[in-house]
Design a protein around this ligand. Structure first.
Ligand code: ZN
Length: 325
C-alpha cells in the first residue's frame, strides 16, 4: 500500500537545452517548478546530477523533503525503455543506453519512472485540459523537432517497443530536403522551429526583406518563435508566408493521421504552437480538412494546448502518481 505521508509527486521534463522539474499534489495541482540548463555537452553523468539537483531544489522550494515524495516521473527525448529505465537513443542529448532511472534513484532515494517526452506531454494535456476525457487523442508537439503522443481507447499507446508516435519522421515528400534522421522530406523538415528558422534565414539571404533583420540584426542571432509572431503582427509578409506554408504542412500531417487513426481530438502543443497558435490554427484546420477522406473529419476537434512547458512535467508527474498507486 502507498505510504500516506508521501503525498506529492515530481514531474521532470528533460530537454536538450533545459531541465524543468515541478512538484505536484496527487490531484496534479502544481506547487512550484524549478528550471536548470541541461548542459548536455558535459555528458550523461553530469546531466543526471543536474536533474537530481533540479528535483531537490524544486522539492526544497516547496518546503517539502524527499520523504514526502511518492515518486518522480521523467520525460526524456528520443527512444526510451521505461521497463528497464533506460534512454536508448536521444540524439539531442547525445545519449545512447543511459540507465537514468537507476542513477537517479541512487541520488534521490525515491522511485523514479521514465517516459518518452511527447508521451508525457499528451498525458499532461489529457489530465489537465481534456476534461471530457475523449477516448482517442492525437498529440503533435512542435518545437526544435516534432514529436507525437497517442491516447487510444483512453490509454497511452506506446506501440510494440515503446517507439510509437514518431510523427515528425513521417515522410510527406520523398524528394524533400534531408532530415537529421537520414531520410528525405520528413514532416519535421517542413514545420519544426528549425525548419521555420532555416526558411526565414534562406529568404533573407536571397534578398527578401523582413522586419526581423531590423529587430535582430542581419544574422538573426537569438531568433525565437516569439519574434516570428511579432514580425507577422507588424505586417511582415515574408515571414507570414513561411509560417503559412509550415501550417499547410501541419495540416497535411494531421490529414494523414486522421485518416489512419480517426481521433476525437487532435492537440497541438510545443514552443512553436505556444508562440504562433493564433497565426497558424486557421490554416492548419483548413489544410487538415482538405487532406482527409470525405466523412472522416466529422466532429474531430483540432485544438492548441495552453499548457506550454507545463504539459511535460504534469504528464511525467501523472506517470509517477499512477505507477505508485
Ligand atoms: Zn526524419
Amino acid at each position: 500500500m502507498a505510504d500516506t505521508n508521501r503525498s506529492h509527486v515530481v514531474g521532470v521534463d528533460l530537454g536538450g537545452t533545459k531541465i524543468l522539474a515541478g512538484v505536484f499534489d496527487l490531484k496534479l495541482q502544481s506547487l512550484g517548478t524549478t528550471k536548470f540548463s541541461t548542459k548536455a555537452q558535459r555528458g550523461p553523468e553530469a546531466v543526471i546530477e543536474r536533474v537530481a539537483r533540479c528535483v531537490q531544489d524544486a522539492i526544497d522550494e516547496c518546503d517539502l523533503s524527499t520523504k514526502q515524495i511518492r515518486g518522480v516521473g521523467i520525460g526524456a527525448p528520443g527512444a526510451v525503455d521505461p521497463e528497464h529505465g533506460e534512454v536508448v537513443f536521444a540524439p539531442n542529448l547525445g545519449w545512447k543506453d543511459v540507465a537514468i532511472v537507476k542513477e537517479l534513484e541512487k541520488r534521490l532515494d525515491v522511485p523514479v519512472f521514465l517516459e518518452n517526452d511527447c508521451a508525457a506531454c499528451i498525458r499532461g494535456v489529457y489530465e489537465q485540459e481534456l476534461k471530457a476525457k475523449p477516448k482517442h487523442v492525437l498529440g503533435i508537439f512542435i518545437g526544435t523537432g516534432i514529436g507525437g503522443g497517442l491516447i487510444l481507447n483512453g490509454d497511452p499507446y506506446p506501440g510494440f517497443s515503446h517507439t510509437a508516435g514518431e510523427i515528425g519522421h513521417m515522410v510527406i515528400d520523398v524528394n524533400g530536403p534531408k532530415c537529421s534522421c537520414g531520410n528525405k522530406g520528413c514532416f519535421e523538415v517542413f514545420a519544426s522551429r528549425q525548419a521555420l528558422f532555416r526558411a526565414i534565414q534562406g529568404a533573407i539571404k536571397s534578398g527578401e526583406k523582413s522586419l526581423l533583420t531590423e529587430m535582430l540584426g542581419e544574422d538573426l542571432k537569438d531568433l525565437r518563435s516569439g519574434d516570428i509572431r511579432k514580425a507577422i503582427r507588424r505586417g511582415d509578409k515574408v515571414v507570414e508566408k513561411i509560417v503559412e506554408e509550415a501550417a499547410e504542412y501541419i495540416g497535411v500531417a494531421i490529414g494523414n493521421l486522421v485518416n489512419i487513426l480517426n481521433p476525437e481530438v487532435v492537440v497541438l502543443g510545443g514552443g512553436v504552437m505556444e508562440a504562433l497558435a493564433d497565426e497558424m490554427m486557421p490554416t492548419i484546420t483548413k489544410s487538415a480538412k482538405s487532406h482527409v477522406l470525405p466523412g472522416t473529419f466529422r466532429n474531430v476537434d483540432i485544438m492548441a494546448s495552453k499548457l506550454g512547458d507545463n504539459a511535460g512535467i504534469t504528464g511525467a508527474a501523472a506517470v509517477a502518481r499512477d505507477r505508485t498507486k
